[in-house]
Design a protein around this ligand. Structure first.
Ligand code: FES
Length: 96
């Protein structure tokens, strides 16, 4: 998978959120009217893009390995009781 990110103040920021005991969720930046402000592509190891669900506000990537539609999450992590609760180290104030 290849993902391009930007953190420059004037550019949209794509956030990848680690859900506790669940997938990696790519949250797409949106305008106030709900329009997506950035393009996200998830490519396979050949560089071919996976088709992304266009009706969702976020893209969830499986990290448990049990999804039937990898690389995307299909909710199988719940029945498999996948556990992942890692957290990021606290950052000093104003260091984001
Ligand atoms: S993280 Fe949801 S199915 Fe793997």
């Amino acid at each position: 998978m290849k993902l391009l990110l930007s953190n420059a103040a004037e550019k949209p920021v794509v956030t990848i959120r680690c859900r506790e005991d669940g997938p990696l969720v790519i949250e797409l930046p949106r305008e106030s009217d709900g329009q997506v402000r950035a393009e996200v592509r998830v490519n396979d190891h050949h560089g071919q893009p996976f088709r992304l669900p266009d009706h969702k506000r976020a893209v969830a990537l499986c990290r448990c390995g049990h999804s039937g539609c990898r690389p995307f999450c299909d909710g199988s992590h719940r029945e498999r009781q996948f556990r992942a609760s890692e957290t990021a180290a606290a950052q000093p104030e104003g260091d984001d």
